[in-house]
Design a binder for this molecule. Sequence first.
Ligand code: ZN
Length: 115
Amino acid sequence: MKRDIYAYRCRKCGHLHYPYRMVCAKCGENEHNEFDPEPLPKAGTLLTFTELYALPGDFEVPTLGLGIVELENGIRITGQLRIDEPASGMKVIGEVEVVRSEEYEKYYGMVFCEA
Ligand SMILES: [Zn+2]
């Protein structure tokens, strides 16, 4: 099953938020949680990246490439990288997977490969 991560569009001014906010960052008038969820696009551009070691045990992998990706709609998201030699400006394509699991809960995130 394909999963999605959702951004939230303000019904009053159309501004798109990720992650979710209680009040619209643009018009500030949306106090009734009037947002429409909208799946984030999967394609984007890698802006910057780093490699993490010695992760806590609840991560699914021993080392982790983490990148900040600007998606097609301009939203920036932190995601896991599955790329041998990442480079800034590289086109990437993401998939939503379990990135971290605890005893009863699984956390989904975006994992990016070279496009
Ligand atoms: Zn708004």
